[in-house]
Design a binder for this molecule. Structure first.
Ligand code: GLP
Length: 244
């Protein structure tokens, strides 16, 4: 694993955008696995800036997002489809029909997950997967569990995740309890993985995930077994891991 230490959130965002830009420049028809959450917002802003400066062209890119809340429509401002439209898609020249997010409105979980697995398979595989990190070690919405789930599945969100995400909703009752998420097996099949972390609150889980035992109780710890992972973090998030 390569670790890139950055000074702060903005620096982390620029470095992450550098890596994604390199991917898009070197392989214009690449498949990007994309993430939501507060951490990648700055990275997406950087990518938009580069597109506006004509340094990046998304016209050949396909994107496949990690996850979506079950029950939320694309128009709901808390859905991940809405997030992606607002933070990236509508600002760049990616073809809308080549942007994929699980269908939160499909009530039949098996159907939703099979459809998403088919999309991932048809894409030919993810070239670069961007990941944030939940405070309990979740990636996408793969919550701590007794097993590593391989493919897209419907998850019951952990109470800590519901609590953490409640800040975005008007009331606790509105926070979805379930989500569709890409599986750990799919994430592990990505040719490259880019993990971004920022802030002191992530320091302990960064240490546990990348320097602790590999266990489904800390889903991100499986990334220790991936041969091409870059961890880009600011000083605060990387403060508990070894210097070298
Ligand atoms: C959500 C998302 C994850 C994200 C995590 C951390 O639960 N499903 O993909 O990594 O939150 O979010 P943040 O970046 O806001 O800390």
């Amino acid at each position: 694993m390569q670790i890139i230490r950055t000074t702060d959130y903005d620096h982390m965002s620029r470095m992450a955008a550098n890596i994604i830009s390199a991917q898009v420049i070197m392989k214009p028809d690449c498949v990007l696995g994309l993430a939501t959450g507060s951490t990648p917002i700055g990275t997406y802003e950087e990518l938009v800036r580069r597109y506006e400066n004509k340094d990046l062209d998304f016209s050949g890119v396909t994107s496949i997002n990690l996850d979506e809340y079950k029950g939320l429509s694309p128009e709901n401002d808390q859905s991940y489809r809405y997030f992606m439209n607002e933070h990236l898609f509508r600002h760049v020249n990616i073809r809308p029909e080549c942007t994929y997010v699980p269908n939160g409105l499909e009530p039949d979980s098996d159907k939703a997950c099979e459809a998403y697995n088919a999309i991932i398979a048809a894409s030919g595989g993810i070239d670069l997967q961007l990941l944030g990190l939940g405070h309990n070690g979740h990636i996408g919405f793969n919550e701590p569990s007794d097993v590593f789930e391989k493919e897209t599945h419907c998850v019951d969100l952990a109470q800590s995740t519901i609590d953490a995400n409640s800040r975005f909703f008007a009331s606790m009752d509105e926070v979805p309890r379930q989500a569709y998420t890409m599986g750990i097996g799919t994430i592990m099949k990505a040719a490259k993985v880019l993990v971004i972390v920022s802030g002191e609150s992530k320091a302990q889980i960064v240490k546990d995930a990348f320097f602790g035992p590999c266990t489904p109780q800390v889903p991100a710890s499986i990334l220790q077994l991936h041969s091409n992972v870059v961890l880009v973090g600011d000083e605060a998030a990387l403060s508990l891991i070894p210097e070298a």
